[in-house]
Design a protein around this ligand. Structure first.
Ligand code: PLP
Length: 470
């Protein structure tokens, strides 16, 4: 079969057999699918040999580019030993070494800096226990279940409810959706979801309270405190995406907000869960987003960047204080009854371990500075465009909010697919990006060269102009 026939066959078979995530399949079936056959550095290649800049890091996971030799080698080496064995009642070397390394990095990154004590009022928080799972959503489920059972195991009843934010995104499993706050994704499932308390989103451009920063004095935190105060002894944990609500629209929180949340959780004895699934591993310019405001959560979720975008893997980190509450006699049933088939997968752990070595060796954080500056200068320029209402970034995570009317902030109708039209235009010009509604997301691999970053930004700006001003 010729290459051309083979490509056609793949396109037909895709439409025949695959149900794509977050995709209106009716539209998909009417269009020509883009099928990726290869990757190299910050580029992905389709089956026709066209190369595209990977402007969203293959959905926010890639750090070092594609086909990174060290990671390729680590996986090949591990596969010669064993691909998978279970972590239920067994252990494996890559999972052990990775856990040690993660704890070292987490502690070096921020436990020594923080003055804030854990929710229990005990000693300074130290995230030192690693619970493995497979993706961001499962790391969140694990965090929620650990927080819930923690109180039960301590003999404290009544803390049965979680607090979270409007515009939050924590994954697509039912528990994660329950603490989510994006109506378009989550509303349908409402009858299935458990009860939560929702605090305002720190979305300054479209403030729910109709106020302006900094004159507002972070009034959204007062609303959160009202919830905590009105429901004493009811809330098990507050879950938050630190510094930036990513899937909610790249919504960066104003200075002091995250620290304020930590202080409120401590004041009301509520566990704080930091969902760093998107922000972890350097995306925001620091190893973890919590470091920006020198806070330590009681529980932290990590996934996306952990394997550099190679394999599904996630961890939920907790303090000793929480871990110890699960210790008891076999018959006491304090055990955490949770685990997945591929928990602690040796191939994924070997990839992650190599990534953490690379992170230090290649001085990823140091090299990010210049690139964040390029991005920020570009965002300033783009804000001058007629249909750009707001620009936001932290490190190499950025959003450009398109609006129909800049004066009134009137958004484009969701159904107009303005973000997608810009993205398709960029694709025609060799850049792959994926918007969130009217928000253009820019999140390239951290290893992108300044030249490629400039090229990426140029194409996106040209596409915004071409589509919104035509
Ligand atoms: C992507 C994301 C998740 C879900 O991760 P999956 O790997 O897609 O399940 C959870 N939380 C945040 C903050 C995310 O960005």
């Amino acid at each position: 079969m010729g290459i051309f026939e083979e490509n056609r066959r793949l396109e037909e078979l895709d439409k025949k057999c695959i149900w794509h995530p977050f995709t209106q399949m009716k539209e998909w079936l009417e269009e020509k699918p883009m099928i990726i056959s290869e990757g190299r550095d910050c580029f992905i290649k389709d089956i026709y040999g066209r190369w595209y800049l990977d402007g969203v890091s293959s959905l926010w996971v890639n750090i070092y580019g594609h086909r990174k030799k060290e990671i390729d080698d680590a996986i090949k080496e591990q596969i010669d030993s064993i691909a998978h064995s279970t972590l239920l009642g067994l252990s494996n070397a890559p999972a052990i070494k990775l856990a040690e390394k993660l704890v070292q990095i987490v502690q070096r990154s921020f436990s020594l800096k923080s003055e804030i004590r854990s929710a229990s009022g005990g000693p300074k928080s130290e995230l030192c226990k690693v619970f493995y799972s497979d993706d961001g959503s499962t790391s969140v489920e694990v965090a929620l279940k650990i927080a819930f059972q923690y109180w039960k195991n301590k003999g404290i009843d009544g803390r049965n409810i979680f607090a979270s934010l409007n515009n939050a995104y924590h994954g697509d499993t039912i528990g994660a959706v329950s603490v989510g706050g994006i109506d378009i994704f989550h509303k349908t499932f409402e009858p299935l979801l458990f009860k939560t308390y929702k605090a305002p989103s720190p979305y300054c451009y479209r403030c729910e309270l109709g106020m302006d920063y900094p004159g507002c004095n972070l009034a959204c935190l007062d609303k959160m405190e009202e919830i905590f105060k009105a429901n004493p002894g009811e809330i098990a944990a507050m879950i938050i995406e630190p510094m930036i609500q990513a899937a909610g629209g790249m919504i960066t929180s104003p200075p002091g907000y995250l620290k304020g949340v930590r202080e409120l959780c401590t004041k009301y004895g509520i566990l704080m869960i930091a969902d760093e699934v998107a922000t972890g591993f350097g995306r925001t310019g620091k190893m973890f987003a919590c470091e920006h405001e020198n806070i330590v959560p009681d529980i932290m979720c990590l996934s996306k960047g952990i394997t550099g975008g190679y394999m599904p893997l996630a961890v939920t980190l907790t303090t000793d204080e929480i871990f110890n509450a699960f210790l008891g006699e076999f018959k006491d049933l304090k055990t955490f009854f949770h685990g997945h088939s591929y928990t602690g997968n040796p191939l994924a752990c070997a990839a992650a371990l190599t990534c953490l070595d690379l992170f230090e060796k290649e001085e990823v954080l140091k090299n990010l500075n210049g690139k964040s500056k390029i991005l920020e200068a570009w965002l300033k320029e783009v804000l001058n465009l007629r249909h750009v209402g707001d620009v936001r970034n932290i490190g190499l995570m950025a959003g450009v909010e398109l609006v129909r009317d800049k004066e009134t902030k009137e958004p484009y109708d969701w159904a107009e697919k303005m973000g997608w039209r810009v993205a398709y235009h960029a694709r025609e010009n060799g850049v792959f990006i994926r918007p969130l509604g009217n928000i253009m997301v820019i999140m390239p691999p951290l290893s992108i060269s300044p030249e490629n970053l400039n090229q990426l930004l140029k194409v996106i700006k040209d596409s915004i102009t071409a589509v919104t001003e035509s």
